[in-house]
Design a protein around this ligand. Structure first.
Ligand code: ARG
Length: 378
């Protein structure tokens, strides 16, 4: 059945109809700030560059983003792009000042579709405070086109110094290891904070990862907002990930009943139960082709960007061109695997899932966890 609403996407895998693909235009280096300490991979003591990225770095990423857009288009999927934005402009609010902004390569981090609703995340970093702006023109278009479209902007946090826990960056790894079950990171717990990419959608059931970019107040806000709309919100944890942010390199649902998991970041004990009790299978991704030390110099994400696949349907998935072991696994799991080169986009922190925001997929809200017992907040 075709559902013709302007905005309709309930999970990560239903047949894709319309999607936003990010752009590296005007991208800048992420500044050092209380929520982020970017470092150069092979020389962590050299100061991280600031201001605009080079023309070449932008062109290389844009070429790959255009390649993804062309593949999606060839499959009959409508592709939309962000509006230009001056990321080199500093931001000054009553609570903070930051010398430049970041980029519009990863719409996934900022925007999320929950059925017929678009939610703009609070964001967790100063340089990303206004990152919704390149998508506003599209949001207005959808919102004007269809009265069923809901649009929510989550409360903006102050991002003042006091919202962060700057000592986090100084904690030695052993201390981090000792604290790994308390889930305290660089963002405190007093204000509502979340990035959209810490969520994953499985019909009625939404997973939210407690992370460096999503705190417990953020998850509480999401529960109070989403539960009255019929969703069940589940907090998930990956205690072996000392720098957790954005769930899509860690726990990646591919179709009803199947999640691609990260062998180095298992779920907290007990959290796998909802999957196993409902007949879901958790399948570990193979080791990525490129190791952490082979990632682009300015990339702040891990080698597990390999897992950051984008589903065009429950049987068609797009994978990075060089990730052959993962492609083979997906083929064995009965997927038709499409590939595009995407290595130069890694510098901007994301791969295929991060660099997109699906606005419309076929399908309706389904319950893929019929055996679940859930206690709503209110
Ligand atoms: N923190 C993740 C890792 O390094 C990267 C997540 C990227 N995802 C995103 N939506 N930007 O494994």
């Amino acid at each position: 059945m075709r559902y013709s609403a302007a905005v309709n996407s309930w999970n990560e895998w239903d047949p894709l109809q319309e999607i936003v693909v990010g752009s590296a235009d005007n991208a800048c280096f992420e500044p050092t700030e209380p929520g982020s300490r970017p470092a150069i991979r092979d020389s962590p003591d050299t100061p991280f560059p600031t201001g605009p990225k080079s023309k070449e770095a932008i062109e290389r990423a844009n070429e790959e983003l255009a390649g993804l857009a062309a593949l999606l288009d060839s499959q009959g999927i409508t592709v939309r792009r962000p509006e230009p934005h001056d990321f080199s402009a500093p931001v000054r609010t009553p609570g903070f000042e930051v010398e430049n902004q970041y980029c519009a390569v990863c719409p996934r981090d900022v925007m999320i579709t929950m059925g017929n609703e678009i939610i703009e995340a609070t964001m967790s970093r100063r340089a990303r405070y206004f990152e919704y702006e390149p998508y506003r023109k599209l949001v207005y278009e959808y919102w004007n086109a269809d009265p069923r479209v809901e649009w929510t902007t989550a409360p903006k946090p102050s991002m003042r110094d006091g919202m962060y826990r700057e000592e986090f960056w100084e904690w030695p790894l052993e201390q981090r290891h000792a604290r790994m079950h308390s889930f305290e990171f660089c963002v405190g717990q007093d204000e509502v904070v979340f990035d959209a990419a810490d969520m994953s959608r499985l019909g009625r059931d939404i997973l939210v990862q407690e992370s460096m970019t999503t705190n417990r107040a953020g998850i509480r806000w999401l529960r109070r907002h989403l539960e009255p709309r019929g969703f069940r919100v589940h907090t998930v944890h990956f205690p072996l990930d000392f720098f957790p942010s954005h769930i899509d390199c860690t726990f990646v649902p591919l179709r009803p009943g199947l999640v691609l998991t990260n062998p180095e970041r298992p779920l907290r004990e007990g959290e796998e139960k909802m999957f196993l009790a409902n007949g879901w299978e958790l399948v570990d991704a193979p080791q990525p082709v490129l190791g952490n030390d082979e990632m682009p110099k300015y990339c702040q994400s891990s080698k597990w960007l390999s897992m950051n696949v984008l589903s065009m349907s429950p049987t068609k998935v797009i994978c990075e061109e060089r990730e052959k072991p993962l492609q083979d696994l997906l083929a064995k799991l009965d997927f038709e695997v499409f590939t595009v080169p995407f290595r130069h986009v890694f510098e901007y922190g994301g791969s295929l899932h991060c660099a997109t925001w699906d606005v419309r997929r076929e399908g309706i809200c389904e319950d893929y966890f019929p055996a679940l017992r859930y206690e709503p907040l209110v």
